[in-house]
Design a protein around this ligand. Structure first.
Ligand SMILES: Cc1ncc(COP(=O)(O)O)c(C=O)c1O
Length: 387
């Protein structure tokens, strides 16, 4: 969350005064529907669904794609655990693939890991950095597998002029506290595919979607039992204000990232990017020659974080996935399903990724930094390097 203030306070007050807090209502505000429409118009897709979280958006997208037991879905070794958990929530098996020097999912390793069971791949735009979407869309076509973009950390970022989350068959955004725009919690699914949209809509609000309003009017999908990931008018009202601020936040992040990069360029190397100008610019990532150098500079500068140390963002810390604890009840655990039986994880499956994550340093960018604050960070980093 970067910028939240009086506009969001007024928006919340507006909803409370209206007394209409439920998504489907007869009031004039229609915050949820307006947010879904404004988001659709902003990023250029046919369908969006506001949900309670990014995890809900990812899971609903997989359900919408028809993915379930017996299917494998390829995820990167470097992503928040929620990406892999969404695959398990859909009843399928997450297969872990290497990242490349950009720290994004490596399309070459994905191609090696495609089997008869592979039904989808999830490129994750970590820290708002675009994945090589041309390669993933091509892989999707070549092997007939779906492409689901995890754009939870990448709201407002672009790849070759198109918004992240809109280039694959579906995409998911997160609006939790740590994201580019936020309502504390929240998420969205984006797709141009009507069939994915229909199933995802039913799945995310299965006890109510057929009951409230005329949401299933032209649907060819019948109702089924899913979950409740429906959100509310307060969340939507906050997000409508946040969406208005998105361009300003991204522009300022990019400006501050470029200032920092220019100042650091004589002293440091940076990771390569699939589209530097399109990235959200929430971070600038240094590339070090060794893990020792990365640890030394992170410790002494307190200005960057080595990604190997970021807990559940690295697959080796996904204990419930690696140990196949996919549910509380053993019979409900997808790893125990007959169709999924036999899949085993090797904790050493993505050693190249671990090496890359040890030799990098993320510097978080703040869109409201002053020139003096940027100079101070540069000094800390350069001093730490020379210490
Ligand atoms: C890459 C990635 N995917 C998925 C998620 C899940 O989002 P949420 O917390 O909104 O469920 C996150 C959240 O941190 C994330 O960073």
């Amino acid at each position: 969350m970067y910028r939240m203030g009086q506009e969001e306070i007024n928006a919340v007050a507006r909803v409370i005064e209206s007394g209409q807090l439920f998504k489907v209502n007869s009031g004039t505000l229609q915050e949820s529907y307006n947010f879904e429409k404004e988001l659709k118009d902003k990023v250029g897709v046919d369908h969006t669904i506001l949900m309670t979280s990014g995890h809900a958006g990812l899971t609903a997208a997989l359900i919408g794609m028809g993915i379930g037991p017996g299917d494998e879905v390829i995820v990167p070794a470097y992503t928040y655990i929620a990406t892999a958990m969404a695959v398990v929530a859909a009843g399928a098996v997450p297969v872990i693939a290497e990242i490349d020097e950009t720290l994004m999912l490596d399309p070459k390793d994905v191609e090696k890991k495609i089997t008869k069971k592979t039904k989808a791949v999830i490129p994750v735009h970590m820290q708002g950095n675009p994945c090589d979407m041309d390669a993933f869309v091509a892989l999707g076509k070549k092997y007939g597998i779906a492409v689901l973009e995890d754009a939870c950390q990448a709201v407002g970022g672009q790849y070759k002029g198109k918004y992240l989350g809109t280039l694959g068959d579906a995409g998911a955004f997160s609006f939790n506290y740590f994201k580019v725009i936020s309502a504390g919690e929240g998420g969205a699914l984006l797709t141009n595919n009507k069939s994915i949209f229909e199933k995802a809509l039913i799945y995310h609000d299965s006890s109510a979607v057929a009951y409230f309003g005329n949401q299933m009017e032209d649907f060819s999908t019948e109702t089924f039992c899913g979950h409740e990931f429906r959100t509310n008018e307060i969340t939507a009202a906050i997000l409508r204000e946040q969406l208005k601020k998105l361009d300003g936040i991204i522009n300022d992040l990019r400006e501050k990232k470029n200032m920092l990069r220019d100042a650091l360029a004589p002293h440091f190397k940076f990771i390569p990017s699939n589209d530097y100008d399109g990235c959200c610019a929430t971070s600038l990532t240094l590339q070090f020659d060794s893990a020792e150098e990365a640890e030394k500079i992170a410790k002494n500068s307190k200005a960057c974080t080595v990604p190997i140390n970021t807990g559940k963002h690295v697959y080796t810390a996904w204990d419930c996935i690696l140990n196949k604890r996919g549910a509380a009840h053993p019979l409900f655990n997808p790893f125990n399903f007959e169709a999924n039986k036999g899949y085993e994880y090797d904790p050493a499956c993505c050693e190249k990724s671990l090496e890359l994550l040890k030799k990098a340093g993320h510097i978080s960018i703040n869109p409201d930094w002053t020139k003096e604050q940027i100079d101070a960070i540069v000094k800390r980093l350069v001093d730490a390097k020379n210490a």
